[in-house]
Design a protein around this ligand. Structure first.
Ligand SMILES: Nc1ncnc2c1ncn2[C@@H]1O[C@H](COP(=O)(O)OP(=O)(O)OP(=O)(O)O)[C@@H](O)[C@H]1O
Ligand code: SF4
Ligand code: SF4
Length: 287
């Protein structure tokens, strides 16, 4: 069983579009949405949820003003400047700034502070018309997306083993941060899908560096390749210089948007189109 991860660095380059399209032609594949902060693969795959699990998020401190003796210790010791006096003269935690380190809870002489883990994140085991999908939803402002990516990937591997799937296809998150590192680690192939823009090229370079540090082979795709021939040439040059084989140049095509509006993959939208042939060619090379 092999794991393939689609990443881009820059957001909005077509990871989800291509993941869904590959899912529609890959046989015996488990699908996994690693973009837990802004999952959207479900919009095309319309999953039927089989199991819903709570993912415990970061710790969050709260202060009971009835117990507080206003000693100020929590305010002066919070490294993240997350505790301030409120209008009534009692300390209050700013949930956005709180990093959940739990120091204030330990040092409060009045036992007025308790920490609880957020229950506002979920992950799901679902069925789709193309096979099993493991996906997640993080609550607004929640942390630990890297851990949640690891959780969904672990389940995807278990399912793949159970059903003897040949592939896991991971739709990755944008950027190169914690959740991307979780999406990349242990995968067999990074498919880097970028677009011809300065930020597309810049982020592709950063992602290639990251993949190299993990010793993960990379294949490139330039999506919307016809919107800027000069940038397409520069990105091709970059892939060449890094000896990264380019699997395809996908043209900008309004049918991609139309397929998405219909909740279909580009292959389902028109199985004989140039886009579909492009996806088939990509899959043959990945295999
Ligand atoms: N070749 C194309 N031609 C026209 N539109 C496209 C093409 N590829 C992708 N798009 C459109 O670009 C938008 C972004 O695509 P998509 O959601 O697949 O990107 P993404 O990399 O998964 O985004 P995110 O980083 O937000 O997860 C969508 O509206 C999609 O329909
Ligand atoms: S450390 Fe405890 S008692 Fe002191 S101000 Fe903070 S909450 Fe109140
Ligand atoms: S848990 Fe840590 S970061 Fe949060 S308020 Fe307490 S000391 Fe500050």
């Amino acid at each position: 069983m092999k794991e393939i991860t689609l990443l881009s660095g820059k957001g909005g380059t077509g990871k989800t579009t291509l993941t869904a399209a590959l899912a529609s032609i890959a046989h015996k594949a488990v699908l996994c949405d690693n973009d837990v902060d802004a999952a959207d693969l479900h919009l095309i795959l319309h999953p039927k949820v089989r199991c819903k699990h709570v993912f415990q998020g970061a710790w969050q401190a709260t202060i009971d003003s009835n117990k507080c003796t206003q000693c100020d210790a929590c305010i002066t010791n919070c490294r993240f400047d997350a505790i301030h006096m409120n209008a009534t003269g009692y300390p209050e935690v700013n949930p956005i700034s709180c990093e959940g380190c739990r120091l204030c809870e330990r040092i409060c002489p009045a036992n007025a502070i308790i920490s609880e883990r957020s229950q506002n994140n979920y992950w799901y085991e679902s069925d789709t018309r193309f096979g099993p999908l493991v996906h997640a939803r993080m609550g607004p402002g929640e942390e630990n997306s890297g851990k949640l990516v690891s959780t969904v990937r672990k389940k995807a591997r278990e399912i793949a083993k159970e059903i003897q799937a040949d592939f896991i296809i991971n739709d990755g998150p944008p950027g190169i941060g914690c959740s991307v590192i979780s999406a990349l680690s242990g995968t067999h192939l990074l498919v880097l899908i970028t677009e011809p823009s300065q930020s597309g090229l810049y982020d592709a370079k950063r992602l290639v560096q990251l993949a190299q540090s993990f010793n993960i082979p990379v294949r490139g795709i330039i999506n919307k390749a016809n919107i800027n021939s000069e940038m397409t040439r520069m990105i091709s040059q970059f892939f060449d210089s890094e000896q990264i084989p380019v699997l395809a140049h996908i043209p900008f095509d309004k049918n991609v948007v139309q397929a998405m509006i219909e909740g279909k993959t580009i292959v389902e939208h028109d199985s004989t189109s140039e886009l579909t042939r492009c996806v088939q060619k990509i899959w043959e090379q990945i295999k």
